[in-house]
Write a protein of this length. Structure first.
Lengths: 326, 244
């Protein structure tokens, strides 16, 4: 297999048709075990250029292990991982220049200032802050006024912005983000995703893991992973639309009592709390009078019920219960 | 259950000239699930540390379980439970060892510890995990266990600091059912979270922004007040992230 990255000239790369069809990530039957624990099992999927690809799954599913393999930090036991056309094992040196990685824990030096961290990362990658400043300016401008502050003294949201700036400073082709928004408040999450969307204009491919289902909706495609297995890969809308039953939304004044009562009701298949209501599926896909009578007898008041559209989280809950492929 | 388990009036906490808590006033009642929200850096952790007896106010009145936090912070620790994401259990001890350790620290008798340990393991379906190291358990199970241990001594209030971060949607919901059940037993639950759907499970929520409380009410009322469909929308409207 020819190594197209090292053979193409910078100016001609985009016009090379073979290069255009090349996947940014191509994972084939990747497996990895730690002692007796099988962390990853025959993982096969691919990611296209300029995609925002989401990896969704619970803690312990294998997300970080997979990301470390993609980032050339961990060797798989079996299978093949090609990133930007190169094998992750033999091509790691070149790959590391073209990948930006933001690991789960903050990747910053707490006792350096904002400015010092950014300069450090630029230098380590053989570039300068000035060189690629246009790429990070939207993000970095939020924290630039505090560039002389020690990183350890920044709030969570600010650290995220700095970590992202440092991961981008060498203009990587692929950005790997491992749970970048865990522990960050809703406003900062919102802003973070707005920044990610803009990066697409620079032809940067992004693979990101998140436990937040609403963020899954912002990806072009998502892979659901559980217990080291990929359950489904598809655009989030398609995953959401795969919900197999009719979904109903039920509310009552007594939140907890309602959940207990619904689970007791013989017609209920699943009942999950969702914010201010409970999402329920029934064996005969409908609600009738008997439900209202039952709930009233259980002491519930102000009961409202109606059909509702399934969101991606409903579908994930369904898939996780089954552990099945979509 | 109209007992005021937490009473705060004009709480101020300063670090040098920086005002982390700026005149906070609020009350929390027995058996309530109270959501304490705010952007990173808004001052939540500072307030929780004062309520847990770990830090003292600069000025203002703070009473937790009827105890004056400025005068008797040590007494408070006996009346509360605490669980945070960063630290909850000793990884190199087993499930049973952790329970025994905390039971001992809370001052429970050996026989009471044994009895409650059996109940706890039964309830959580943890029989097979009793002698497993915490390090070997996945996050979701750890969090459930940590929560059970935090209320092992049946305190008046339990403080939960982002208890469900990173945990999958099924386990998160199971965790919240444990919270519901705990509150139904009369234990007040004071919880911070970044999951806005979890805010909807609370009886009342407060939102902090830049050291002040900018909203305090039931999720329903706040949504009406701010013309929002979800608590997330309310949050985005009024909680500014701290840019410093």
């Amino acid at each position: 297999m020819t190594d197209q990255l090292s053979q193409g000239c910078p100016g001609k790369q985009n016009s090379d048709p073979e290069k255009q069809m090349q996947k940014v990530i191509e994972s084939t039957d990747i497996s990895k075990a730690f002692g007796s624990t099988k962390a990853l099992n025959d993982i096969t999927f691919s990611v296209d250029e300029s995609e925002i690809f989401g990896l969704i799954g619970p803690d312990g599913a294998g997300k970080t292990t997979l990301f470390r393999i993609i980032a050339t930090l961990l060797r798989p036991d079996n299978g093949e991982m090609k990133v930007l056309g190169q094998d992750c094992i033999t091509g790691f040196k070149e790959l590391r220049r073209n990948i930006g990685y933001m690991p789960g824990r903050f990747s910053l030096y707490q006792d350096l200032t904002v400015e010092e961290n950014l300069n450090f990362y630029a230098t380590v990658f053989g570039t300068t802050v000035k060189e690629n400043y246009d790429l990070i300016s939207d993000i970095y401008s939020h924290i630039e006024p505090f560039k002389k502050r020690l990183t350890g003294k920044l709030s969570g949201g600010m650290k995220q912005k700095l970590a992202l700036s440092c991961a981008l400073i060498h203009k990587p082709k692929l950005l790997i983000l491992d749970e970048p928004t865990t522990g960050v408040d809703a406003v900062s999450r919102y802003e973070f995703w707005a920044m990610l969307a803009k990066l697409r204009q620079h032809n940067i491919t992004i693979i990101v893991s998140t436990p937040y289902m609403d963020e899954a909706m912002r990806c072009d495609r998502v892979a659901l992973i559980q217990n080291g297995l990929i359950l489904s890969v598809a655009p989030p809308q398609k995953i959401r639309d795969g919900f197999s039953r009719k979904l109903f939304m039920i509310k009552a004044s007594e939140k907890y009592k309602l959940i207990i009562a619904l689970r007791k009701y013989p017609g209920t298949v699943t009942a999950y709390p969702f914010g201010d209501s409970v999402h329920v599926t029934f064996s005969d896909d409908r609600i009738d009078e008997s439900l209202f009578r039952f709930l009233s007898e259980e002491g519930l008041s102000n009961v409202t019920a109606g059909e509702t559209e399934a969101g991606i989280e409903d579908r994930f809950l369904e898939l996780m219960e089954k552990g099945a492929t979509a | 259950m109209n007992e005021k388990v937490i009473y705060v009036k004009n709480l101020v906490k300063k670090f040098g000239s920086f005002v982390a808590n700026d005149n906070l006033s609020f009350e929390v009642f027995g058996g309530e699930i109270f959501g304490f929200l705010g952007a990173n850096g808004a001052g939540k952790t500072t307030a929780i540390r004062i309520l847990s007896g770990l830090s003292s106010p600069t000025s203002g009145e703070v009473f937790v379980a009827g105890i004056n936090a400025s005068k008797n912070p040590e007494e408070i620790k006996k009346q509360i439970g605490y669980m945070s994401q960063k630290f909850s259990l000793y990884e190199d001890l087993t499930v049973k060892e952790n329970i025994m350790l905390y039971g001992g620290i809370y001052g429970l008798s050996k026989s009471l510890i044994k009895e409650r340990t059996d109940n706890l393991l039964e309830k959580l379906n943890f029989r097979e995990y009793g002698d497993k190291l915490i390090a070997a358990l996945p996050l979701g199970l750890r969090q459930k266990l940590a929560f059970s241990i935090a209320v092992f001594h049946e305190p008046k209030i339990v403080f939960l600091d982002e208890p469900t971060g990173g945990v999958d949607p099924i386990t998160r919901r199971q965790f919240w059912e444990m919270i519901y059940e705990t509150a139904a037993r009369g234990i007040t639950v004071f919880v911070t979270t970044h999951y806005m759907d979890e805010a909807e499970y609370c009886d009342r929520i407060s939102i902090m922004s830049e050291g002040k409380i900018v909203a305090l009410d039931t999720p329903e009322n706040l949504k009406k007040l701010y013309n929002a469909g979800t608590v997330e929308e309310v949050f985005i409207k009024i909680a500014r992230p701290v840019n410093n």
